[in-house]
Design a protein around this ligand. Structure first.
Ligand SMILES: NC(=O)c1ccc[n+]([C@@H]2O[C@H](COP(=O)([O-])OP(=O)(O)OC[C@H]3O[C@@H](n4cnc5c(N)ncnc54)[C@H](OP(=O)(O)O)[C@@H]3O)[C@@H](O)[C@H]2O)c1
Length: 312
């Protein structure tokens, strides 16, 4: 398949491009700068110069392909317009894909998030059948993804084979420099202890970037229209275990941060809202329907591999 990939220079994108090429697809990566062109080329993909803010250009690029994987995102709008501006722009991008691909049955696979506002109280692991809940929500970043996910899924009604790959808050890999784990590790080094919220029993799902990439490919190849897929390797690790694994590597104690001081300036800072999330998520439907089998190390094993803790 001739596949257009956006976001090929980010954290997930290179894994997706490499996986697609190994599987025999012809990949074109959208690149908005010379540096991004070089990075996409080095992965073995063709390059199409373009910017996701240029919707007309994006429509032509999508129409020229047999399918699209979209993992770029307009984070440049955050400083000026906040999370709502990012959401509005991403929705327009989904609608542009809709115009380009309407009635073709071509696949469009878009990144989404495990962690809908409203899911916190589910009392069970979230499943692929749980809808993204639009609107409301105090966790802005997650709300954004909900609106974008809903727009993308809606394209199924226009004859686009659209699907969402929901990504856990922790995506781990040897090239993870800016994700949630590096933040937690940096915080622990700064504070001299590894904090966990309350009893640390809240569950966090995670996925290895290589497994995530293979799921994007399977969704491209096999998904029917309007489906959600769960890129969940670990279905739910108690936060305390994550803190202890980091602590054992850094030789720092894992300590509880009591719930009543979590929101005060102190250990977690701007992460306080996030770290209390309890987001167990199932991958059963994804595995059974698409035949996806995560094969990479789980989160705790990957932390033990040491690449998050360079020496010297
Ligand atoms: N755990 C997670 O990390 C996680 C969890 C849930 C969801 N997600 C979602 O998954 C997606 C990918 O995440 P990631 O961590 O791989 O992202 P990332 O590392 O921040 O990469 C962003 C990519 O978007 C591209 N991009 C940004 N603005 C662009 C523009 N105007 N035109 C063209 N390309 C543009 C960047 O290209 P340049 O190199 O040119 O800047 C880069 O390739 C995001 O939507 C993210 O919200 C991630």
């Amino acid at each position: 398949m001739r596949v257009l990939v956006t976001g090929g220079t980010g954290h997930i994108g290179p894994y997706i491009i490499r996986d697609l090429i190994v599987a025999g697809h012809e990949v074109t990566g959208l690149a908005r700068s010379e540096a991004s062109e070089a990075a996409v080329s080095a992965l073995g993909a063709k390059v199409r110069r373009g910017d996701i803010s240029d919707l007309d250009g994006l429509k032509v690029a999508a129409a020229d392909s047999d399918g699209v994987i979209h993992v770029a995102h307009r984070q440049d709008l955050l400083p000026s317009g906040g999370i709502d501006a990012v959401a509005a722009a991403e929705v327009q991008i989904m609608l542009a894909y809709g115009e380009a691909l309407a009635g073709t049955g071509k696949p469009l696979v878009v990144s989404g998030s495990i962690g809908s506002p409203g899911w916190e109280g589910l009392g069970r692991p979230a499943t692929e059948a749980d809808p993204a809940l639009p609107g409301g929500g105090y966790k802005g970043k997650l709300r954004v993804r909900n609106i974008v996910e809903t727009a993308a899924i809606g394209l199924a009604e226009k004859g686009v084979r659209s699907s969402i790959v929901r990504i856990p808050p922790i995506m781990h890999s040897t090239t993870d420099n800016t994700g949630f784990l590096p933040l937690l590790i940096g915080l622990a080094k700064e504070k001299g202890v590894v904090g966990f919220p309350g009893a640390g029993a809240n569950l966090w799902p995670a996925v290895h970037a290589r497994d995530l990439a293979s799921l994007f490919r399977l969704a491209l190849e096999k998904s029917t229209a309007g489906r959600n897929w769960h890129a969940v390797g670990d279905e739910g690790i108690p936060f305390r275990e994550i803190a202890e694994a980091i602590g054992s590597r850094l030789k720092l104690p894992a300590v509880p941060i009591p719930a009543d001081v979590l929101m005060l300036p102190g250990y977690f800072g701007f992460l306080a809202n996030l770290v209390t999330l309890d987001l167990p998520a199932s991958n059963l439907i994804t595995r059974h329907t698409l035949g996806w089998e995560p094969s990479q190390p789980g989160l705790i094993a990957d932390l033990d591999n040491g690449h998050y803790f360079p020496t010297g």
